[in-house]
Design a protein around this ligand. Structure first.
Ligand code: UDX
Length: 450
């Protein structure tokens, strides 16, 4: 099939590259000329394992091309994916400006029957607005071209995006026409070993499914974080509790890892947006508001532990921080817990030496330049270098090289053998035996050497 994907962010680029990999002819369109120029030269705007290989392979095979002209791409395609950003407005609602701009452009240039697919995460009812925007443009042109609008939300995880796309748990398609349904089934048939996993439903139900999925996962995280905070006060190790409840197949082990809060481009934004949707229809979303509130507090937790130990004034202290990205496997720092912690530490007068295996450029883009200039924040080239002379190590993102480090070496490098573990990666008992003092999430009351 001939496909056009508008927007070359995480979702758009992965969608375009993976559909090309499956033999479709794909044009990825973006208004950002530099991004498109770079993509043509094989330079990707994001770090995503496996993506570069698929992109370059399909560009060479001439199945994947990049363009800034939607008009050119529109001439030939059967299906148009809208995969542009939906950043949050100040009130938490999703900003649909870019989605509707693309819809209007499609209406301006459409010349034959086509399927327009919303892949961006958009509030319930957006497909209707996309349909109206296209119809208005067609009407202004005085033409009558049939088209269908489909909702096909994306569930890929950053860091596993290619694998998630190629082997999806399920594909959700919301559509209300048989033609669109058949075409979407053909398109996804190559990805699905089990056709029951291709789920058709109404357009609005598909839009809601995406929010409900992310809100459910965020709820699991905020729930276990709340239990962890309670465990800490009751002198219980939450890690035992996590294993205990995870073994119940109704609960499961995934997404119940306690930590210093969830971040990223999806959970924080989508929980806000679903709360906003509820508010808009006069419904009080008590659970979702609590999920969000718990997460905000959770991001402050590590700083709270540090203040409890060193007091409010951190002048003269220097901390080593491992992990800036919002999770391992990505260079993305959007809504990362590290940002909240760095703000608090630096405002209290501390200096920080941070190390992240990939998020170095992102750090310069996301964090105030003044921190680097003043030396309040220094980026180390190596995880051990970051420790030299630091008062303590704070683990924020559980990258693999951080999971089983050389504790003996760490003990020699740190000023004091002290670890604040924001992702419960270490065994407090073992660390205690190695002479470290340790604070984790929901386990810091475990007896340790003074
Ligand atoms: C998420 C969803 O998983 C994906 O289906 C959706 O399409 C987009 O949002 P992503 O944002 O890439 O994907 O990250 P994910 O791996 O889900 O992690 C989100 C955050 O939750 C991270 O900050 C992570 O550290 C945190 N997390 C995750 C926990 O704190 N505990 C857990 O048990 C799991």
């Amino acid at each position: 099939m001939q496909l056009t994907v508008v927007g070359t962010g995480y979702v758009g680029l992965v969608t375009g590259a993976c559909f090309a990999e499956m033999g479709n002819e794909v044009t990825c369109v973006d208004i950002d000329e530099r991004k498109i120029e770079n993509l043509k030269r094989g330079i990707l705007p994001i770090y995503e394992p496996g993506l570069e290989t698929i992109v370059s392979g399909n560009v060479s095979a001439k199945r994947l091309q990049f363009s800034t002209s939607l008009q050119d791409a529109l001439a030939a395609s059967d299906v148009y994916f809208i995969a542009v950003g939906t950043p949050p407005n100040t009130d938490g609602s999703a900003d649909l400006r870019y989605v509707l701009d693309v819809a209007r452009d499609i209406g301006r240039y459409l010349s034959h029957y086509a399927i327009i697919v919303d892949k961006s995460t958009v509030p319930v009812g957006t497909a209707e607005r996309v349909r109206e925007a296209i119809a208005a443009e067609l009407q202004a042109r005085g033409v009558d071209i049939p088209f269908d609008v489909v909702s096909n939300p994306e569930f890929l995880k950053e860091g596993d995006a290619v694998a998630d796309f190629m082997r999806p748990d399920r594909v959700i398609v919301g559509c209300d026409s048989d033609t669109a349904r058949d075409r979407m089934r053909d398109l996804y048939a190559t990805f699905m070993r089990n056709h029951e996993r291709l789920l058709f439903m109404s357009v609005r139900a598909a839009e809601m499914t995406k929010y409900a999925a992310n809100a459910m996962l965020a709820t699991k995280i905020s729930f276990i974080n709340e239990i962890a905070n309670l465990c800490e006060r009751l002198d219980v190790d939450v890690e035992s509790v996590r294993r205990g409840i995870g073994s119940d197949s109704r609960i499961g082990y995934s997404f119940i890892y306690p930590g210093c809060g969830y971040g990223g481009s999806c959970f924080p934004k989508d929980v806000k947006a679903i709360i906003r949707m509820a508010d808009d229809c006069g419904f009080e979303p008590v659970v979702l508001k609590a999920v969000e509130a718990r997460n905000e507090q959770q991001k402050q937790l590590l700083f709270g532990h540090i203040v409890r130990e060193y007091g409010n004034d951190l002048k003269g202290r220097r901390f080593a921080l491992w992990g800036l990205a919002f999770k391992p496997g990505t260079d993305d720092m959007r809504e990362a817990s590290s940002i909240v912690l760095l703000n608090a530490l630096i405002a209290a007068g501390a200096r920080v030496t941070a190390y992240d295996p990939v998020a170095t450029q992102a750090a310069h883009a996301e964090l105030p330049e003044s921190w680097f200039k003043s030396g309040a924040l220094v980026l180390a080239n190596d995880q051990y270098q970051a420790l030299e002379g630091a008062d303590a190590l704070i683990l924020v993102t559980e990258w693999k090289p951080f999971r089983h480090p050389d504790f003996e070496r760490m003990g020699r490098l740190l000023k004091e053998p002290r670890i604040f573990d924001g992702r419960n990666q270490y065994d407090p008992q073992r660390l205690g035996e190695a002479g470290f003092r340790y604070t984790g999430i929901g386990r810091s009351n475990i007896r340790q050497p003074e």
